[in-house]
Design a protein around this ligand. Structure first.
Ligand code: FAD
Ligand code: NAD
Length: 473
């Protein structure tokens, strides 16, 4: 009998397994994903078909775009730059394989037992593992369910793996589609839409909601929309796709926009309208684990399910579907099993959209604070006033700091601009320590850095930014 058995080896499951082992618990991690040769692959969606391959392509495509469109401004004449898509894909696959292989090494070093196959929770903390024709039953004092999520499919545009694809298919096109349609202008749509637009696709995004990225601070959201439209992404809001018909050559998409029915032909269509928790054949009828009406496994604040000793973490439970959120939950559960009192601070989960520029935020936005009746102050600083941003030709966007009007505690940080993902993390550390905006204002920042924009926004919240006019003294 193990101390812990984990079903699912994505960033929630594998990180939890390593932490369990570090704490002296005997732990096995069951994973069903394998390559074409049948070798087990850990890392889940994130490493194999999510965070990592998408970032590899975002980076490569940005270099291609810059070589073609930006370098001449710096006096660098490259002549015509050619694209070798197969080499670009190979680089992406190499990065993925290196990281996936790395988990095997970490498991070995930490004595985590890998078990290949599909895990199913039975009653009384028993797990059935099916691998090909064989099945085995293993037992543990604690079970952690970390089976992640899968793309949502819509009936009007069913995946066919050739020209109507989900995010996984969109990471593997062998040629740049001339006309690319995307259903859903969310995080995946914007990241993968940016990849293919930079490589030359004409991208049209069909978004059902009337508002663009409603989770963003409204003012920042407007800047983001304007910039992405300028970059060539045609984002159509309030669109209802009624039918997608695929032929060998292309996909015809019918949609209603402002009450008018339109159709458009695309070479490829990506459907990225969200992800659903993955509990397929995971729970036996008598497992006793409760699921909510959207299919998520029900858990308390510490990720315990309705059965004591059975836990669930990552995309398969409530909260944002983000790798770092799942990993922190995995660590928390491992530590609680080992008798510690760890908790996840769900108020401070950072979000990033890895476009160019990046969008990043943490904490509350102005609209949320207004709705909650919180009195706040706000300071913004545009990158167009940052010396470093201008020197690097990255002056689009701004930083906004929101702080409590009375206590000055920082309540939210919203960034659209260069290195936003890294910059928001600086603010988040300050927030985790309960800092005020004055604390950031009193901190010395290196010059010239884009980080100075965070410093200036914090100063602006107290009406004494140096490099912009202040509203009042
Ligand atoms: P998963 O990573 O989905 O892992 C679950 C694992 O469980 C899988 O390996 C699966 O094979 C296995 N499994 C499922 N059922 C069973 C079973 N019954 N038995 C055995 N094994 C099973 N998040 C970010 O934070 N940053 C990003 O930049 C980012 N980019 C993304 C880009 C894309 C294109 C996509 C699709 C997602 C992205 N995400 C990103 C989201 C991120 O990938 C997920 O939030 C994260 O992978 C969730 O981790 P998890 O461990 O909960 O689940
Ligand atoms: P999402 O929720 O970000 O966006 C889906 C979009 O599709 C929404 O804007 C929604 O209104 C729209 N939509 C839903 N149904 C529709 C329909 N029938 N027609 C048109 N539009 C429709 O989901 P996603 O982009 O699929 O990403 C899935 C998850 O993966 C997200 O929760 C995200 O957190 C995670 N992810 C994170 C990152 C990152 O952290 N950078 C990157 C990629 C994915």
């Amino acid at each position: 009998m193990y101390d812990v058995v984990i079903i699912g080896g994505g960033p929630a499951g594998y990180v939890s397994a390593i932490r369990c082992a570090q704490l002296g618990l005997s732990v096995a991690c069951i994973e069903s994903m394998s390559d074409q040769e049948g070798n087990q692959r850990f890392g889940g969606t994130c490493l194999n078909v999510g965070c990592i391959p998408s970032k590899a392509l975002l980076d490569s495509s940005q270099r291609f775009y810059e070589a073609n469109n930006e370098l001449s401004k710096h006096g660098i004449d490259t002549g015509k730059v050619n694209l070798d898509i197969s080499a670009m894909m190979k680089r992406k696959d190499k990065v993925v394989d290196q990281l996936v292989g790395g988990i095997g090494g970490l498991f070995k070093a930490n004595k985590v037992i890998p078990i290949q196959g599909h895990g199913k929770l039975l009653s009384s903390k028993k797990v059935e593992v099916a691998n090909g024709n064989s099945t085995e039953i293993i037992e543990a004092k604690n079970i952690i369910l970390a089976t992640g999520s899968k793309p949502i499919e819509i009936s009007s545009a069913k995946f066919n793996d050739t020209n109507i694809v989900n995010s996984t298919g969109a990471l593997e096109f062998s040629a740049v589609p001339e006309k690319l349609g995307i259903i859903g202008a969310g995080v995946i749509g914007l990241e993968l839409g940016s990849v293919w637009a930079r490589l030359g696709s004409e991208v049209t995004m069909l978004e059902a909601m009337p508002d663009f990225l409603p989770m963003l601070d409204k003012k920042i959201g407007k800047e983001v929309f304007k910039e992405f439209t300028k970059q060539g992404l045609k984002i159509k809001l309030g669109c209802k796709v009624t039918k997608a018909t695929s032929s060998k050559a292309n996909v015809n998409v019918e949609y209603d926009e402002d009450g008018t029915s339109t159709d458009e032909v695309f070479d490829k269509l990506i459907v990225c309208v969200g992800r659903a928790p993955n509990t397929e054949n995971l729970l036996s009828d008598d497992s006793g684990v409760d699921i909510d009406d959207k299919g998520f496994i029900k858990v308390d604040d510490y990720c315990m399910t309705s059965i004591p000793g059975v836990w669930a973490v990552g995309d398969v439970v409530r909260g944002p579907m983000l790798a770092h959120k799942g990993s922190e939950e995995g660590v928390m559960v491992a530590e609680r099993i080992a008798g510690k009192h760890t908790a996840v601070n769900y108020d401070l989960v950072p979000s990033v959209i890895y476009t160019h520029p990046e969008v990043a935020w943490v904490g509350k936005n102005e609209e949320e604070l207004k709705a909650e009746g919180v009195e706040y102050k706000s300071g913004s600083f545009p990158f167009s006033a940052s010396g470093r941003a201008l020197a690097t030709d990255e002056s689009v966007g701004s930083v906004k700091v929101l702080a409590d009007k009375v206590t000055d505690t920082i309540l939210g940080i919203h960034i659209f601009g260069p290195s936003a993902a890294e910059l928001v993390q600086q603010g988040l550390i300050a927030m985790e320590f309960g800092s005020s905006s004055e604390d950031i204002g009193l901190t010395m920042f290196s010059h010239p850095t884009v980080s100075e924009a965070l410093h200036e926004a914090a100063l602006a919240a107290n009406n004494h930014a140096i490099h912009i006019g202040n509203r009042k003294r």
